[in-house]
Structure formats: structure tokens, C-alpha cells
Design a protein around this ligand. Sequence first.
Ligand code: HEC
Ligand code: HEC
Ligand code: HEC
Length: 460
Amino acid sequence: ALYDATGVRFRSPPFSPARVRAALEERARPGKRRWWWAGALAVTGLLATLWPFRPSIAPVARPAANLYSAETIERGRLVAEAGDCAVCHTAEGGTVNLGGRPFETPFGTLYSTNLTPDPDTGIGNWSFAAFERAMREGIGRDGRHLYPAFPYTDFAKISDADMQALYAYLMAQPAVAAPAPQNDLRFPFNIRSMMAGWNLLFHDPSPFKPDPTRSAQWNRGAYLFEGAGHCGACHTPRNLFGAEKGGDARLSGALVDGWEAPALTAASRSPAGWTEQSLFEYLRTGRSDAHGVAGGPMAPVVAGLAELPEDDVRAIAHYVATQMDAPLSDPAQSERAAAVVAASRAEPVGQEAGQRVFEGACAACHENGTATFTSAKQALALNTNLHSQRPDNVIQSILGGVHAEGVAGAGEMPAFAHSLSDRQIVDLVQYLRARFAPGETPWKEVGKTVADLRREHDQQ
Ligand code: HEC
Ligand code: HEC
Ligand code: HEC
């Protein structure tokens, strides 16, 4: 039966997770997507039935307010900031951590939960053991499996002391009653126990292991990046089963919430190249002169990092720099940046329609030499997004503008969704590519991407 379902023949038992995973990845080729889902389901379903049932953990009374010290609660607040709990657990315009933010998946809509210590609708009657199991293994207090839209796959790496502090912090917040909206997931994805098989194949709940051959700073950065920071959850592409890919694909860039999270490896398309110093500036303030701003889903991440001690953000920058093979600093970076900007002064031929839109709507803020209070500080030619293989982030910035609340350096740009037509945006985007990334090939299917992203915008 296993062979019929998956097309994968195992010569000898037992079906270890590693073997099933290797065989599935081996067989997973583009063009066979539909068929593959059926196989994946059969295998995860089969493994789910082999996996022991997860019991519920008895409810407890909420810990007394004076049980934890102020230092522990403050430490927990920083873990929560690093982990962006409030970003996902707060609905648009809603009360912090009350849940109800929708997550669109290919299988339907899932909602985040109430993270306040309300005993009935939040986590008020969760013991630390129940909380820790959810954070490390993705199992709710009542024993049900949680979906990995909740990044427990990364949170599993949070240290015991940080996990205790996080629990203390959440329990010390005001309790507010609000049930999470009903999920709207299609059969069979609404069967939570299927996640047991997924966890067996794709989740590694082992604690963070420092690398003794690396510096303390590198290990601190790795811990924050891989654990609470869950940076890979957005920057690593996922396989057909929704699990992060490994090997060369790790941190190689991925699509998330209609945006592209760019590569954080040597494959970065930043034209002037990153340095550890410029990564630190970007992560600390949301902007870097030789790159651009955090204006999309990266903005709340930067707002969270702003709460952390400076050394922690330096450690993350150091760790990212080693993933990118980027130097600490690079005197040639500003020269290279100047050359990239100089190359973008010439008007491209054959892009007159887009040029007209740019001159009418954008040049006042984006043309060099016309700096005013509202004008953009960074040259568009240095923006990674214009050099990417995909136009998504540029289109997102045009449709929605840049409004990075809580991000010191991001600046403010108006939205153009209502003043520019799809046709104008397509012309404009092709012009921007030709002028500011003259060495790159033109983007394909810009019209379709504009239409798709505008539809998502209208729904928000
Ligand atoms: C990327 C979005 C995201 C982030 C970041 C996030 N969560 Fe969640 N979380 C979710 C979603 C979605 C669910 C619901 C999962 C489900 O129903 O299967 C959830 C569920 C949970 C649950 C289970 C609650 C229940 O009632 O079953 C806990 C506990 C939790 N999150 C804690 C946290 C903490 C603590 C943080 C910060 C360190 C955090 N989450 C950050 C998306 C997120
Ligand atoms: C919610 C998804 C998400 C998470 C979590 C996330 N990022 Fe990002 N990141 C993005 C997106 C999307 C962009 C593109 C720009 C934007 O959003 O403004 C980006 C941009 C970046 C950039 C700029 C890359 C370039 O070449 O322009 C860096 C560096 C970065 N992220 C590092 C990190 C680090 C370090 C973490 C963890 C602390 C992290 N990201 C967590 C989504 C995310
Ligand atoms: C009122 C001034 C203003 C106008 C008008 C304006 N921008 Fe911007 N734009 C900004 C600011 C400020 C930023 C933030 C970055 C910075 O400070 O350099 C920005 C950033 C951007 C970015 C990078 C966003 C990111 O997330 O990396 C793009 C792309 C962009 N603008 C394109 C345009 C286009 C195309 C137009 C015309 C349709 C336009 N802008 C009109 C002020 C403006």
C-alpha cells in the first residue's frame, strides 16, 4: 500500500523518517505536484497512526503575579520581541496578543490564537510544561497538533532559561477573553493529527547546539537567528510539504505574504554587497545607505530587534555576515555603490511610457540632487529588490507605499494603488528595472504579478 500511495519502493523495512524523507525528496519533481500531495498525505497519515497519541496536560491555575521577578519578566519580554509573538498574534487593528490574525495557506485559512493568560480562551490555565511542549513540539495543551505556520520548528531552539522567562512574561500580561476564529482549512488538512507524520519527517526538536569552533558572538547570533528570531522561517524556501529546504537552498530566499524575503547567503543580489557593518545598521534601524529599507514584512522584525540590546543585534549581523561570506567592513563598498548609482543616471531607451509615470509620480522624491524633507534617502539603484529575479517587492512598495511604523530609519512613501492603473505600474516597473538594474534581464510576467498583488491588496 505504501508503494501504491507514494511510488517510492522501500527495499527493506523499517521505514525510518530519514529514509522516507530522502525517498520523497528524491521523487519530488516539479510538474508532478498534484500527484505528490496525495503521496505525501498517505505517508504522513500512515506515520501519524504509528506515532503515539499525545495526551492533554492538566489545566493549572494561572501563576501568582509575584511568582516571577521583574528581571525574569523583562528577559521574557525581550524573547517575545525577538520572536515577534505580537506580530502574528495580533489582528489588524486589534488588541495585542489577542489572536485572530489570518494566515492564508494553499490549503485554506488558519488563525492565530489568544496568547493572553485568559483561562478559557487564552493560555491562562497552561502549565509551563504545556507551554514548553507547544513551543518545542507543536502540541497544544489539550494534545492537539498545531500547524507549523506557528514557527515552533525554530522556537524549539530557545534555551530553557529564555523559555521560562517567556512564559513568566506572557503570564504577567492582562488576561483578555476572545476565542480564536474557526479555521477554514480544506479536508484533509483540517485533520490536525496529520501533523504528527509531518513532525516526524521534518521537525527537529533537539536543543540549540553551540559550535565550539566558533566565537561566542557567532554562537549568540546563531542562537537568536535560528531560535526566537526564526529568520529562516521567512528566508528559506519550502518544499512541497511546506518544510524548509536544506543544503544550498537554506536561506536562499523565499516568498512570504506576497513579498520576497531575499537570499541571506552569498547568492544575495545586493548590487553593492553587504558587510557586517551595513547588516548591523539595517537590522538595528531598518535602513542601510548602500541597500535600502525594511518596509515590508521585515519592518516588524526590525521593530522587535530594536528592543534588544545592541550586542545581540551585532551578534545576529555577525552570523548573517558569515552566511553571506560578507566582510566586516569594506572600504570599496562605497566606491562600488557610487559606480552602481552612476550607471543608473542614463535614461534607458524604449521605456518612455514608464519614464513618464516615473517623472510624474516618483522623481520628486527619487531623483538625485533634489533632496527635500520627504525625499528618499537611498538610491533606488542600490536596492536589492530592483536587482532581484522577481519584481514582487518593487510592486508591493508602489501599491502600498512604505510606512514602517516603529522602524527608526525606514522613511515614509505614499501608496499608489489608487492613483496608478495596472498598465501604468507595469510600464513603471519595467522602466525601473531597465534604468536602475541595467545589467539584469527584464522581468517576465510583470502584468500578472501586478494583478495578483493588487487583488491581495484590495482584500486587506
Ligand atoms: C509567524 C507567525 C507566528 C509567530 C511569529 C508566533 N506565532 Fe504563536 N501561533 C501562530 C499560529 C498561526 C498559531 C495557531 C496554530 C494552530 O492553530 O495550529 C499559533 C499558536 C501558538 C500557541 C498555541 C496556542 C493554543 O491555544 O493552542 C502558542 C502557545 C503560541 N503560538 C505562542 C507563541 C509565542 C510565545 C510566540 C513568540 C515567541 C509566537 N507564538 C510567535 C503564529 C505565530
Ligand atoms: C516575516 C518574515 C521575515 C522574518 C521573520 C525575517 N525576515 Fe528578513 N526580510 C523579509 C522580507 C519580506 C524582506 C524584504 C524587504 C522588506 O520586507 O522590507 C527581508 C529583508 C531582509 C534583509 C535585507 C536583504 C536585502 O538584500 O535587501 C535582511 C538582511 C534580513 N531580512 C535579515 C533577517 C534576519 C536577520 C531575520 C531574523 C532576525 C529576519 N530577516 C527575519 C522577511 C522576514
Ligand atoms: C513623497 C516622497 C516619495 C514619493 C512620491 C515616492 N517615493 Fe518611493 N520612497 C520614498 C521613501 C522615503 C522611501 C524609503 C527609502 C528611503 O528613504 O530611501 C522610498 C522607497 C522606495 C522603494 C524601496 C522600497 C523598499 O522596500 O525597498 C521603491 C522601490 C520606491 N520607493 C519606488 C517608488 C516609485 C516607483 C515611486 C513612484 C510611483 C515612488 N517611490 C514615489 C519616498 C517617495
